[in-house]
Design a binder for this molecule. Structure first.
Ligand code: UGA
Length: 436
């Protein structure tokens, strides 16, 4: 008999995990205290955009294996419980807010059957799992706790869940590892590397990985600043260093930097935790990584001012892209939306388009203007900013778009457009970190 699974918290991570585990043949109960979200998921509708996930969700609900509820007592029928609730940045500090994780464990504890395994997947500050294990040893001593960090990328959520490049489990005994091996058997059969660690190491793997990725992006953006100062080209530099397999060519795309619900908050929470541990010096460099990242946004605004005038009042600025990256409607800490909002605050008339993130961006900044299409967005614009590298924008015909704008000025904030084509069409094209 396959173990029955529950997934606590059905946001991005939880909804994906629930649908994917169901697709592997497990009975999965998704539990969330947000009744509207549960109702929506139960109808087979995703509250966010993720390629192919809605189809998978529908198929799994139709199979009868996947259900959603607000009732925590449903957990009683499950053997393994994945905790997938959010750990956002606290409002008044850099640290992660653990309210939802603690709340999930408290709500789950009375409904754990003997031998149940609670598996944390949320990104947490190191030491959290041990504290939760201590909490459980009082409230549900017959249950056990493990940690199993998640590395999925938005836009590739199904692929990264069903074919991850590694599985990492933090356990305190062999039984917990055996249960997790059984749950992940179909993925292990693909030859996926399996790493057993203790609880703190498994928590650290996640934040270390995200810190490394953030560092790579800020490194190349720092090189972009140097290229601009020295007359170099960061795209060629990135290609050239990327051929060294020790460096690798991934995550070296220079531009307006990283955003989203993970990288920015994770490096900040990591610094906050290091300080609590008295090891702040070790992560001092992450402060600089964060600063380089925020500077990339400010540099775009400086370029806009240099291409127009320093007073942006009443200039019409078209912003292509609001999501923090393509194939996502997530605008959490989105560099694109942040730049748009800053330009708006500076008095410019900003119009935004995004293929998927208009609703989420509108909710976040109701005072901004949104256009139904990229064409409408650029109509009459004094300058166009390309800030999220959707395929749709790469396919724009610059000759046609030149007829729509007031002035053919464009800043490519993602180094993703074909500069030659735009220049040939008569545009003044500014790319970050390249000769302009
Ligand atoms: C990130 C990690 O990549 C995942 O492995 C991790 O599981 C996830 O966070 C998480 O902690 O849950 P995600 O937030 O989906 O995934 O986004 P990424 O693909 O990492 O992109 C992050 C940001 O960096 C985006 O704003 C993207 O535009 C930017 N980026 C990425 C660059 O500016 N340059 C690059 O070369 C790559």
């Amino acid at each position: 008999m396959k173990p029955v699974l529950s997934v606590i918290g059905t946001g991005y991570l939880g909804a994906t995990h629930a649908a994917c585990m169901s697709s592997l043949g497990f009975t999965v109960i998704g539990i969330d205290n947000d009744a509207a979200k549960v109702a929506q998921l139960s109808r087979g509708e995703l509250p966010f955009y993720e390629p192919d996930l809605e189809n998978l969700l529908r198929a799994e609900i139709a199979s009868g294996r996947l259900t959603f509820t607000t009732d925590f007592s449903a957990a009683l029928s499950a053997d393994v419980h994945f905790v997938c609730v959010g750990t956002p940045q606290m409002e008044n500090s850099l640290a992660a807010d653990l309210t939802y994780v603690r709340g999930a464990i408290t709500a789950l504890a009375p409904h754990l059957k003997s031998g149940a395994l609670v598996v944390g997947k949320s990104t947490v500050p190191v030491g959290t799992a041990q504290a939760l294990a201590a909490q459980l040893s009082v409230s549900a001593p017959h249950a056990d706790l493990a940690w199993n960090p998640e590395f999925l990328r938005e836009g590739f959520a199904i692929e990264d869940t069903l074919r991850p490049n590694r599985l990492v489990v933090g356990v305190t005994n062999d039984r917990a590892e055996e249960i997790l091996k059984e749950v992940y058997a179909p993925i292990l059969e693909l030859g996926t590397p399996w790493i057993r660690a203790d609880l703190p190491t498994s928590e650290l793997v996640k934040v270390a990985a995200n810190s490394f990725l953030a560092t790579k992006i800020s490194f190349i953006n720092a090189m972009a600043e140097i290229c601009e100062a020295a007359g170099g080209d960061v795209t060629i530099l990135a290609e050239a260093i990327g051929y060294d397999p020790r460096i690798g060519n991934k995550f070296l795309q220079a531009g307006i930097g990283f955003g989203g619900g993970c990288l920015p908050k994770d490096i900040r929470a990591f610094m906050a935790r290091a300080e609590e541990l008295g090891a702040q010096q070790a992560l001092e460099f992450l402060r600089e990584i964060d600063a380089i990242n925020m500077r990339a946004r400010a540099r775009v605004i400086d370029v806009v001012r240099s291409m127009l005038t320093s007073d942006l009042t009443l200039y019409k600025i078209a912003v292509l892209g609001a999501a923090f990256k393509p194939e996502s409607d997530d605008v959490r800490d989105s560099p694109a939306l942040d730049i748009a909002a800053q330009l708006h605050a500076a008095g410019a008339l900003v119009t935004i388009h995004d293929p998927k993130a208009m609703a989420s961006a509108g909710k976040r900044f109701p005072s901004l203007n949104f256009a139904e299409s990229a064409q409408d967005c650029v109509s009459g614009a004094d300058i166009v900013l390309h800030l999220t590298e959707w395929r749709e924008y790469r396919e724009i015909d610059p000759v046609h778009f030149k007829t729509l704008v007031k002035t053919p000025l464009i800043i490519d904030g993602r180094n993703a457009l074909d500069r030659k084509k735009w220049v040939a069409a008569g545009w003044t094209f500014h790319a970050l970190g390249r000769k302009n």
